[in-house]
Structures are given as structure tokens and as C-alpha cells.
Design a protein around this ligand. Structure first.
Ligand SMILES: *[C@@H]1O[C@H](CO)[C@@H](O)[C@H](O)[C@H]1NC(C)=O
Ligand SMILES: *[C@@H]1O[C@H](CO)[C@@H](O)[C@H](O)[C@H]1NC(C)=O
Ligand SMILES: *[C@@H]1O[C@H](CO)[C@@H](O)[C@H](O)[C@H]1NC(C)=O
Ligand SMILES: *[C@@H]1O[C@H](CO)[C@@H](O)[C@H](O)[C@H]1NC(C)=O
Ligand SMILES: *[C@@H]1O[C@H](CO)[C@@H](O)[C@H](O)[C@H]1NC(C)=O
Length: 507
């Protein structure tokens, strides 16, 4: 390995880091740079290491060179991250909100991307070795993945998606069961996984009374978080694979194929390695063994899970699930890719039906037969779905969620509120199987946002119907006066009175 190569890496690194540091913080740029250069002057060490390995054969050298470079980058990145001023973290948050203020945040994001050498482009440590087995992806399959996701082969996941992974909040805290959700389209997927994590912690892994169950959400340590995530991902994939077979995709080091001309490389899809299983427990232990590929920064965890979901459902079955209203799973909205309802239904029910009503619709509103039937939800799933949006309501376009989704097997609901996703749940397993339980009960609410510091407790009273009292004296639409979560709950329990246990309604 020549010195020139090593030096050129260093020069490249500094060149990459400098402009962004200057841009971010002009005043103390020089001290920053000195620090970095100091670290780099450790180069003697690297040289020695390289020299030591000079006589290895060339392929060996290449591998060694890669891993050393990665370490080197990681060192630099660690430096950047630890030295990051507190307001940087906020910039990170803000710039996700690209819809609101595209100009400034795009610039900030650029700065940030430069400062932290794009974590997703170097995580060889998160890439599995090709010797792990499995099958490399074929160019045909890569093209089909693109088409079923985007409707073509030249769209690729944007930065928001690439940086998304499954990140838990503080272990042993009030929210130790909770994932931090992004603001973009990947949030939808994170929140369905969140619902399944709650399912595991409340109803699968323990056999406790309601009170203890709730406690089990607060006492989650890091290992248990990982087990819960593995169980949640497995449950969703297993349902999509019709409880027969699942394919998990991970990223390997190195490219698996040379793409066709019309295929745009994205550095992830071409490197997929596919692992197939036909026993649920094997899927779960495999995912658990490689949980860092889903929960570590730079893992592209959400994308890998989405690919696994599609591969487990298979492209053929997906095409059968869809109907003439939806031809692919993601849609472009406000510069980001959002999830079509078909993808949400695939995550919730294992079948990518594009509509939220029950069953299959053969007739139009006027009673005449439809040329092609519309596909709705055929069976109840563990996790349900509620939908409310003031905008759609005002335009009279709020979809009527059918009983299959509104009344799931377990009292956990993914909620779509104004187009963002959150979860409502109850620790009372029998809530939906005994109508007397539904007179007066508690629901817990988590919206995935960092601003939420504890799980909200709502008391739902379906008996007294007093929520409209007081509304009559003030003119105007009651739906404008009530928090969105309440309106969402009332799409299932009509007219229910909802109490926020002395806290200020925040959503
Ligand atoms: C859970 O507890 C109930 C009684 O409280 C018992 O009947 C049931 O078998 C237990 N289930 C498991 C899986 O331990
Ligand atoms: C993919 O990685 C290569 C080098 O590893 C880099 O040059 C290229 O910009 C990356 N492409 C994307 C789309 O990230
Ligand atoms: C489907 O939903 C409708 C109303 O949304 C309901 O009337 C019907 O009974 C449901 N069918 C089944 C099989 O649950
Ligand atoms: C409501 O909140 C108070 C604290 O403000 C708490 O002590 C009480 O247990 C809560 N109510 C219920 C039903 O959990
Ligand atoms: C939903 O949108 C309406 C206006 O369209 C707004 O008043 C309401 O606060 C929003 N709810 C949430 C939770 O963002």
C-alpha cells in the first residue's frame, strides 16, 4: 500500500471536512481544524500499520485497506459527533421538516451531511460478509423492487429514508418501549413497528395483570429493546409471508451485479444479500443476531426492513394484492416519498390491499358493477388502524375505515392523524372482546416525536355522551374545537367523552 494513497485519503478527508466546518462555525474553525489535523498526524501509526502489511497479497491488502479506512473514518466521525455543539442536534431535527422551509433547511442539511461524512456511505461494519450465505440479489429483482416501490427503475430513496433506522429512546425510562420516529415517509413504517413492539411487550413476552403489563413498558433494558424489535419485525414479515416463508435482506460489502443502463445505483439495493427461512423462530433469531443492521445509525434499517417485507410478500403476490387504484407502494409528496395505504395495509395485515374498507368491492356507488373490483381488508389483524384528518374531512374525503381494521384482535391501533402516524393502545387484552369493558377505559397515546416526554393517558367514556355539552352554546364546528387525537378516537367510539388526566391535550 503506497504512502501516496494513504496521504491522498487524508487530504481528501480534510478537504471534505474543511468547507463544512467553516460554513458551520467560522469563529472557532481554526481550533477545530488544528484538532482534526492533530488527530490526522497520528498518521505515523497508520503508515506503520500499512507498511507492516505491505507484503500481503493484493486482495488481502484491499480488504485490510478498506477496514482500516473505515476505522479511520469512524474515528473522525466520533470526533465530529462528540464535538458537535448542542444546537447542531436541533438543526438535524429541523431540517427534516423540509416541507415547511425548504430553502434554509436544505442548506443546513447540506452542511450537516458534509460535516458528518455521510454515515450511510461507509458503514462496512454494518454490512454482512458474503460468506454468511444467502443469495445475492439479481439485476432483475433489483429492478422489480424499484418498480413495485416507485413505479419505475430510476427513482431512488432520498436522504431521509437512507438515514432512517429503528432507534429506541432511553432504556429504563418512561418511554423505554418507544422508537424515535422520523418526520418523513419512513415514520409510517417506524410507527407500525412501534405498534408491534408494544404488542410484544404487553401481550407476548409476559403473562401479567394489566398494571404489571404497563410496568413492563417502562422497565425495558437495551437487550429487551433488541428482542422486542426482532419480534416486531419478525411478526410483520411472517404475516406478509403468509406464515410460510420469509426473506430477510441485508447489505453485504461489495457490489453484487453490474446494473442495466436505465437502473440508477443507490449503493444499497445492488448490495443486497437475501436470506430465506420457513420457520418463524429461525427468522426471529436471524434478525436478532443481526439486529444492528436495523437499529444502528447508518444501517439503513428501515429500507432493509421494507425490502424484506416486499421480498417476503413476493412481487407476484403484491401485484395480486393491488388493484387499479394503486400500482406501486410509495408516492412522492412534498419532495419526500410517502407510503400508500397499500403499504400500510401490508404492514398491518400482511396483504397490500389499497383500501381500508372491509372485503372486496364489486359495485360502484351507483350500484353498477365495477370493471375491476377494489381490494379492501379481508381479515382482522393483531394491530388495527384509525384515520382522521381535518383537511380530508372538510373536503368530505375521509376514508371510512372498515370494522376489520377498526376492531383488531388486540387493543393497539396505528393512527393516521393529519397524515402523520402515532399509536393508541390499551394494556387490557379483553378490551375489544367484552362490550362492557368499552363503557369506560384507558387508552395510552404515543406520537413518536421527541417532544413527547411521557406516554399520554386518556380516559374514554362512551356512556355519558357529554362531550358535546358546551359546544352547542358556542357556534362553530365541534371538530375544530377538539384535539385531533380525540376526533380520531371518536371515529371508533362515536360521541365518546375523553379526559386527558389533568394534562394539556397536545395532539
Ligand atoms: C397466563 O396466566 C394464566 C392465568 O393467570 C394461565 O391460565 C395461562 O396458562 C398463562 N399463560 C402462559 C403462557 O403462561
Ligand atoms: C455510492 O458509493 C460511491 C463510493 O463508495 C460514491 O462515489 C457514490 O457517490 C455513492 N452513490 C450514492 C448514490 O450514494
Ligand atoms: C365490514 O364493515 C362494515 C362497516 O364498515 C360492517 O357493516 C360489516 O359488518 C363489516 N363486515 C365484517 C365481515 O366484519
Ligand atoms: C392521573 O395523573 C395523576 C398525576 O397527575 C396520577 O397520580 C394518576 O394516577 C393518574 N390517573 C390514572 C387513572 O392513572
Ligand atoms: C390537524 O390539522 C388541523 C388543521 O388542518 C389542525 O387544527 C390540527 O391541530 C392538526 N392536528 C395535529 C395533531 O397536527
Amino acid at each position: 500500500m503506497s504512502r501516496a494513497v494513504v496521504l491522498s485519503i487524508v487530504v481528501h478527508t480534510v478537504a471534505l471536512l474543511c468547507p463544512s466546518i467553516q460554513m458551520e462555525r467560522d469563529h472557532d474553525c481554526n481550533t477545530e481544524l488544528d484538532e482534526i489535523l492533530n488527530q490526522i498526524s497520528d498518521l505515523e501509526k497508520w503508515r506503520a500499520i500499512f507498511n507492516e502489511h505491505r507484503n500481503r497479497d493484493s486482495s488481502d491488502q484491499a480488504t485490510f485497506f478498506q477496514s482500516s479506512t473505515v476505522q479511520f473514518w469512524l474515528e473522525l466521525r466520533k470526533y465530529c459527533v462528540t464535538e458537535r455543539p448542542p444546537e447542531k442536534a436541533k438543526t438535524d431535527e429541523d431540517c427534516e421538516d423540509s416541507a415547511g422551509k425548504p430553502q434554509s433547511s436544505a442548506k443546513e442539511r447540506q452542511g450537516l451531511t458534509n460535516l458528518l461524512p455521510a454515515p450511510y456511505s461507509i458503514p462496512r461494519t454494518l454490512a454482512v460478509s458474503p460468506s454468511l450465505g444467502g443469495l445475492p440479489i439479481t439485476p432483475e429483482l433489483a429492478g422489480n423492487l424499484r418498480r413495485i416501490l416507485f413505479g419505475n427503475t430510476f427513482h431512488v430513496f432520498n436522504y431521509e429514508w437512507k438515514k432512517s433506522f429503528f432507534k429506541f429512546r432511553e432504556p429504563y425510562s418512561d418511554l423505554s418501549y418507544a422508537l424515535e420516529a422520523e418526520k418523513g415517509g419512513s415514520r409510517a413504517i417506524q410507527m407500525v413497528v412501534q405498534a408491534n413492539i408494544i404488542k410484544y411487550l404487553l401481550f407476548t413476552c409476559h403473562n401479567n395483570s394489566d398494571g404489571c403489563r404497563l410496568q413492563s413498558l417502562r422497565e425495558v433494558d437495551e437487550k429487551e429493546q433488541e428482542r422486542a424489535l426482532a419480534a416486531a419485525l419478525t411478526d410483520i414479515l411472517w404475516a406478509a409471508g403468509e406464515e410460510r416463508g420469509v426473506t430477510v435482506s441485508l447489505v453485504t460489502s461489495g457490489y453484487c451485479f453490474t446494473p442495466h443502463l436505465d437502473y440508477k445505483l443507490d449503493n444499497i439495493t445492488e448490495r443486497l444479500q437475501l436470506f430465506s427461512f420457513n420457520k418463524k423462530k429461525d427468522v426471529r433469531s436471524f434478525i436478532y443476531e443481526h439486529i444492528q443492521c436495523f437499529k444502528d445509525e447508518g444501517s439503513h434499517g428501515v429500507i432493509l426492513f421494507l425490502y424484506s417485507l416486499i421480498l417476503s410478500r413476493t412481487i407476484t403476490r403484491l401485484r395480486e394484492d393491488l388493484d387499479c387504484t394503486t400500482s406501486h407502494l410509495l408516492h412522492l409528496s412534498l419532495g419526500n416519498f410517502g407510503c400508500h395505504q397499500a403499504l400500510m395495509n401490508l404492514l398491518l395485515t400482511g396483504r397490500a390491499s389499497p383500501n381500508v374498507f372491509n372485503g372486496t368491492l364489486h359495485y360502484g356507488e351507483d350500484g353498477s358493477p365495477l370493471e375491476k373490483p377494489l381490494h379492501g381488508v379481508l381479515a382482522r389483524s393483531d394491530v388495527g388502524y384509525l384515520h382522521w384528518s381535518r383537511e380530508l374531512l372538510e373536503r368530505n374525503q375521509l376514508p371510512m375505515v372498515g370494522s376489520m381494521l377498526k376492531t383488531p384482535k388486540l387493543p393497539i391501533w396505528l393512527c393516521s392523524i393529519n397524515g402523520t402516524y402515532s399509536v393508541l393502545f390499551s394494556p387490557n387484552r379483553c378490551l375489544l372482546s367484552d362490550w362492557k369493558m368499552e363503557h369506560l377505559f384507558h387508552l395510552y397515546f404515543y406520537n413518536g416525536q421527541l417532544t413527547q416526554q411521557s406516554t399520554a393517558l386518556l380516559t374514554v367514556d362512551t356512556h355519558s355522551h357529554h362531550w358535546e355539552i358546551g359546544v352547542k352554546d358556542t357556534q362553530g364546528d365541534p371538530e375544530k374545537r377538539f384535539p385531533s387525537v380525540e376526533m380520531t378516537i371518536r371515529t371508533k367510539w362515536e360521541g365518546a367523552a375523553i379526559d386527558w388526566n389533568n394534562t394539556v391535550p397536545f395532539f
